[in-house]
Design a protein around this ligand. Structure first.
Ligand SMILES: Nc1ncnc2c1ncn2[C@@H]1O[C@H](COP(=O)(O)OP(=O)(O)OP(=O)(O)O)[C@@H](O)[C@H]1O
Ligand SMILES: O=C(O)C1=C[C@@H](O)[C@@H](O)[C@H](O)C1
Ligand SMILES: [Mg+2]
Length: 173
């Protein structure tokens, strides 16, 4: 089985993915980390030197690579991965895979992202909490229709990682 974690930037995909993999004794892969290692460049550098279109093409290419022939895997995606090209369909069609949407509210995302903007080029330029909140609101309006197609939707506000994992496991098994 492959569990594929989707959700907005800072929704907890990488954090939860690592802990879930430990708990299930599965392998863990993070698509952002995989892109950085394959491209030998940080995501921010890729955006800066090659541009977002290059990044999105690379993202689709590496997503396909990671979905092929793998099992016992937790795969955390980038925040935009399901929302470009045919990626959400690839995720839904992947053999022996279940997708999980970690759904977080705008205030929760603002609180997390305001401290971690540096490594996320799409929000790095945003100055105030109000602007960040407006940006996330508009972005979620565009992106939610993709995230919401996931097999399981899990609201995560005010829950610890271990609470989310317990809830997830009760839904899965
Ligand atoms: N359940 C939680 N409660 C509180 N903080 C959390 C929770 N899950 C994650 N965080 C924190 O939120 C921040 C973002 O988490 P993480 O990097 O896992 O998000 P992500 O979904 O992988 O983001 P991206 O799409 O940008 O890769 C981290 O500082 C992490 O420690
Ligand atoms: O939401 C997005 O579009 C992104 C999220 C990150 O995980 C990275 O994949 C990159 O910064 C783009
Ligand atoms: Mg991540």
């Amino acid at each position: 089985m492959i569990f594929i974690l989707v959700g907005y930037m800072a929704s907890g995909k990488s954090t939860l993915g690592r802990v879930l993999a430990e708990k299930l004794i599965y392998n863990f892969l993070d698509l952002d980390d995989y892109i950085e290692s394959q491209e030998q460049m940080s995501i921010s550098e890729i955006f800066k030197t090659k541009g977002e279109i290059y990044f999105r093409k690379a993202e689709t290419k590496y997503l396909k690579e990671l979905l092929e022939g793998k099992t016992n895997l937790i795969l955390s995606l980038g925040g935009g991965t399901p929302c470009y090209g045919n990626n959400m369909q690839l995720i839904l069609d992947a053999t022996n895979a279940k997708s999980l949407y970690l759904k977080a509210s705008i205030p929760t995302l603002v609180n997390r992202l305001k401290n971690e903007k540096g490594k996320r080029p799409l929000v790095a330029h945003i100055k105030t909490d109000e602007e960040l909140s407006e940006f996330i609101g508009k972005h979620l309006f565009e992106r939610s229709p993709f995230y919401s197609q996931a097999n399981i939707v899990l609201p995560t506000d005010n829950k610890t990682t271990s609470e989310i994992i317990d809830e997830l496991l009760s839904k899965l098994f």
